[in-house]
Design a protein around this ligand. Structure first.
Ligand code: FES
Ligand code: FES
Length: 177
């Protein structure tokens, strides 16, 4: 993933809007999103990198925003769950989560969806996981095992995992075939 060179070095582009980098270098990206910008779709679960609820995309790569300082993202583009839908409707993966019952409480859902979008890009680029057999493959298929392994950093405690995996497979299987 390449950085967007049109973002000013003292700004962070968040869902297409440039925001000033916070003056306080201790502010995490998660707290900038939730507390300064009122983008509450990105959830705070553990606040220590263990649950994945705070996952967002930075220049298309998934990261846990609680472990990341906002100042580290100067000049970059951040996409949160609020930035995925368009005037045309929901992102296809958001729609698939609805169709496959991919959530119960829904607290983990924004992180799951952002994470899965980043994961799909990794599969497309042939980035291997622990369960990938062909390490030289250009593209990796979104198999059940690949999705389970790659989404293991996103916890859902109420047991919607099967729906989550079905939604991801449905959305990305066609693109991989
Ligand atoms: S809140 Fe960031 S990983 Fe749990
Ligand atoms: S849907 Fe409840 S924790 Fe994920």
């Amino acid at each position: 993933m390449t950085a967007d060179r049109t973002v000013a070095p003292d700004a962070i582009r968040i869902n297409g809007v440039d925001c000033p980098v916070p003056a306080d270098p201790r502010v995490s990206l998660l707290d900038l999103l939730r507390e300064t910008l009122n983008l509450h779709g990105t959830k705070k679960g553990c606040n220590q990198g263990a649950c994945g609820a705070c996952t967002v995309l930075v220049d298309g790569e998934r990261i846990v925003s609680c472990l990341s300082l906002a100042v580290q993202h100067a000049g970059r583009s951040v996409t949160t769950i609020e930035g995925l839908a368009s005037e045309a409707g929901l992102h296809p993966l958001q729609q698939a989560f609805i169709e496959h019952d991919g959530f119960q409480c829904g607290y983990c859902t924004p992180g799951q969806i952002c994470s899965a979008i980043g994961m799909a890009s990794e599969l497309q680029r042939g980035v291997p996981s622990h369960v990938t057999r062909d390490l030289a493959a250009d593209h990796i298929a979104p198999t059940h095992d690949e999705i389970r392994e790659r989404m293991s950093g996103n916890l859902c405690r109420c047991g919607a995992h099967n729906g989550i995996i079905a939604a991801i497979r449905d959305t990305y299987a066609e693109a991989a075939e």
